[in-house]
Design a protein. Sequence first.
Lengths: 312, 125
Amino acid sequence: MSGLRPLWLALGLTLTGCAALPPSPAGEAVQLVGVPAHAQEELQCGPAALSSALQAAGVEASPESLKAALFIPARGGSLQVELLAQTRQHGRLPVRLAAEESALIAALRDGQPPLVLLNLGVRSYPVWHYAVVVGYDPEQGYLLNDGKAESSRYSRRAFLRRWDWAGRWAILVSRAEQVPEPVRPADWITAAAPLERSAPALAATAYHAAVQRWPQEPLVQAALGSERYAAGDLEAAVQALRQAAALAPDNAAYANNLASVEWARGCATAARAALAKVDLPTLPNSLAAALDATRTEIAATPTAVCPDAVQP
Amino acid sequence: MKNFKSPLAVVLSAGLILLGTPGVSPASMIGTERLAAQSQRADTEARLQTLLSREDVQQQLTAWGVDPAQAQSRAAAMSDEEIQRVAATLGQQPAGGDVFGVIGLVFVVLLILELVGVTNFFTRI
C-alpha cells in the first residue's frame, strides 16, 4: 500500500490544483435571526457554538454552563461526541446533515442553523473550530457565529475549504417534534435512538414525527415498533413492525423484531411465519445469533392469547 | 429489627417487580441503534456497489489487472470500520452530485481500490 503514496500525493496535488468551485447554489440570500453570537474565551468554541445552536432551538444554556461538560483541558477543546451527548442532555436531537453544501442551505431556508466543524489550519496541521452557520448569500458567501460577539462573514470559497478540510461535519440541534427539511431518515433515527434509554418520551416524540414525515420508510416504522413495544403498547408495535417488514421483506432484523412482538402478544403462528422467509446461513454472525435466539424463544408456547381473529 | 426489615423488603420487592415488568426490550429484539447503523451501512454499500458496477469503472479495473468481481465481493465483506471510512470519503467528494464529473474516472477508481483494499494491484503498476 505504501508504494501508492507518491501517486496519491500527485493526484491530491492535481486535485487541489484544478478542482473548480462548484457553481453557487441558486436562490435568494437567507439570514437567520434569533441565533445569538457568543464571544468565546480562548479554546471555548465548543460551548459557544453549542450554546448558540441550543438557544436557537429554544433551550437556555449559556456557554459557561456547558463548559464543564464539554471542555477537555488536555485536548484543548471539545469532542464531537460530547457535543452530541450534551445536545441530548438538553432535550434536543443532534442530527447529522448530509456532507453537501446544499444540505446546509436547505437547513438555513428551513430556519435551522447548522453547527459545523471547521479546520482553520491545513489538512496536515489541523486547527479545529466549531461555528454555527446563520446565513448564506450567493454574492457574499456565508455568515457564521464563530466565537466573536458579532457574526463573521466568510467568502464561499474560504468557508467551503475550511468545512471540507474538517470532513464536512455538520449537525442540526433539533426539536423532537418536527423533522427539519434536509434531514435523512437514518440520520434522524440515529440521533433519536440513544434517547430511548435516557429520555424515552422524547425518543417516542421523535419517532412519531419521523412516521409523519416518512410513512413509507421501513427503518422509521421499525424504530416506532420497538419503541411502542418497550412502552407496552403491543398492538401499535405490531402494526408498525408489520409495515417495516412489508416495506423491506429481505431485512432479517425487521423480521426478527416482528416475530418477537407477535410471539409476545401470543401469536406464535404469525411469529413463525415472520421468520420463515429468513435464510439464516446468509446472515452475518451477530445477526444470525439474534435470530437463532428468537427462533428458540418462539418454539415455546406463548403465555398470552393471540388477539387476532383468525389464528390457524 | 423485624419492623425495620419489612419496609426494606417492600422497597426491594417493588424494585424486583419493576425490573420484571415487560418495559425493556427482551434479548431477542434488535435495538434501534443497531437497525439505524445497519441502514446507514446498507446505503454506503449500495453507493459503492453502484460505482463498482459502472462499465467504465470495470474497464479501468480490468486494465489494471484487477478482477471487478473480486473488488465487488471484497466491498461486500468490509468491516463496519472500513465501511465508515468509505462513507466519510464518499461523503467528502466535492458537492454537485456526480463525483466522476468533478474528479475523473482514474481518481475514483484509485479511491475505490484503496477503500476496498485490493492491495495486490500496486505490485502490478
